[in-house]
Write a protein that binds this ligand. Structure first.
Ligand code: HEM
Length: 456
């Protein structure tokens, strides 16, 4: 379909974009070009094509996302210079990504040292749930504060108590930004719109979220910087501390940059990038993880027989004996209706949501954990299940996310039984990720025979 002026291919996507994408594949094959307003996009339907494309240099650049243009302007006081990881390219992206990955690895990504932080969150959440026994618990916001707290501890080395009003405020801001941000809103498509109509509601709302989140980060940064300015060392056991120390060392020692594999170009470490990355760790690591957990609880609460089987399996195994818990099926429900935009040169692509493709899944619309089991009952991997993306831009928080999902899911399903209340279950498909439905559950403590439990 030739795109129409202004709207591009949008009229052909209505009323149901998912259906339209499926029909396009039947009609045009595994690579389809389309236009979102003024921007050309490519939809890739085939896993091997997706992997080949996202693994190549041509597809490794990202555009300066509208949300980030606004953020960058606020951090720098006017410049739209690309900052952080998610929307930078070239040397800047490489440096920030390498530094972040290396630092987070030092904290124990992929090892076990983040486990105590996550366990502390779990203990407080479980104490909270125990107090709320017999009362309705909203699934959607159930994990927000705990997940934000893990990120906060990683970034600053501190944690809030779950009832702390600052944590409640930060977590509300981050989750409402993620749920309400409309990346495909036409106002973000043309840069002149913001220039001529800066007071449009969509811009003001977005700016409001960013101001609030940045406020939290800047307040914390100030205390780190005060320490540094008074000649003290700041501890490297937080992301902010490690970044500031590295910047300081680079200035003091005027290190000669040794560019190359695994090295960080110190001249590109800057407080503006630090602030931008912290915002991104919250954006990338909060809603994604808490929504996956929310889906898991909703799906188990609405499928009591499956919940019982999972609990029986958890009762039989211990956390460290290498059992693979069948949690992946809840991740299949998380992906947004359109997955993230990528940009080869200036042509963003959308990889088709393989998670719902009827050719790949026996029951694409159903919660069916057997999708991830072999007939013998062992874990079955799918090369087309790519929740963390693939290629050069693959998620850098994957290890943290997997550890959190595993510990929260196994502990909470082992210790509590989950039942839907009579409240309506309302599905909403807006925002960047596919949020779990609005619904409430009862969490009832399980009577475990002895305390040689999974979490011991
Ligand atoms: C269930 C949880 C998560 C899911 C499903 C998820 C998914 C993804 C996906 C699909 C991408 C690739 C986007 C692209 O191709 O441009 C990505 C990138 C990214 N993720 Fe995650 N993520 C999760 C958790 C996290 C966590 C916990 C963090 C940080 C602590 C994080 C930080 C990032 C960052 C910074 C990027 C950008 C990487 C780059 O552009 O080089 N994510 N994530």
């Amino acid at each position: 379909f030739p795109p129409v002026p202004v709207l591009g291919s949008i009229p052909f996507m209505l009323p149901d974009a998912t259906k339209a994408f499926q029909n396009w594949q039947k009609k045009f094959g595994n690579i389809v070009g389309m236009k979102m307003f003024n921007t050309w996009c490519i939809i890739l339907y085939d896993t091997s094509i997706i992997k080949e494309a996202l693994g190549s240099h041509a597809f490794s650049d990202r555009s300066n996302f509208p949300l980030f243009l606004i953020r960058n302007e606020m951090i720098t006081g006017g410049s739209e210079e690309p900052l952080g990881i998610l929307s930078t390219n070239g040397d800047t992206w490489k440096t920030q990504r390498r530094f972040t990955l290396r630092t987070l690895k030092d904290f124990g990504f992929g090892k076990q040292s983040l486990e105590p932080i996550i366990r502390e969150e779990l203990e407080e959440l479980m104490a909270d749930l125990t107090l709320q026994e017999g009362q309705k618990v909203q699934v959607k916001s159930l994990f927000d504060r705990s997940i934000i707290n893990v990120l906060w501890a990683t970034v600053t080395g501190k944690r809030f108590s779950l009832a702390d009003t600052r944590l409640v405020k930060l977590s509300n801001k981050v989750s409402s930004m993620m749920q309400n941000f409309k990346p495909f809103h036409p106002a973000f498509r043309w840069r002149w719109v913001r220039k001529f109509f800066p007071n449009l509601k969509i811009f003001k709302i977005t700016e409001g979220y960013i101001v609030d989140i940045l406020g939290f980060i800047e307040e914390e940064l100030e205390s780190f910087q005060e320490k540094l300015n008074s000649g003290c060392e700041v501890s490297r056991n937080s992301f902010v501390g490690a970044y500031l120390q590295e910047m300081k060392a680079a200035i003091e020692e005027k290190e000669s940059d040794e560019e190359g594999e695994g090295c960080v170009n110190h001249s590109l470490l800057h407080i503006h990038h630090l602030k931008a990355i912290v915002v991104e760790l919250f954006i990338g690591g909060s809603d994604t993880t808490s929504s996956t957990l929310g889906w898991a609880i909703y799906l188990l609460a609405s499928n009591p027989e499956i919940q019982q089987r999972v609990q029986e399996e958890l009762d039989r195994c211990t956390l460290h004996d290498g059992h693979h818990i069948r949690g992946a099926e809840s991740g299949r429900h998380l992906s947004p209706r359109c997955s993230s935009p990528d940009q080869p040169d200036h042509y963003p692509t959308r990889s088709h949501h393989t998670q719902e493709n009827p050719d790949l899944w026996q029951f694409p619309d159903k919660f069916y954990p057997q999708h991830f089991l072999t007939p013998e009952g062992t874990l079955r991997k799918h090369e087309y299940f790519l929740p963390f993306g693939t290629g050069k831009r693959v998620c850098l928080g994957e290890s943290l996310a997997r550890l959190q999902l595993f510990l929260f899911f196994t502990t909470l399903v082992h210790r509590f039984s989950w039942r839907l209340t009579d409240d309506p279950v309302v599905f909403k498909t807006k925002g960047i990720t596919n949020a779990p439905p609005d619904c409430s559950v009862f969490a009832t403590k399980r009577n475990l025979p002895d305390q040689e439990t999974l979490e011991a």
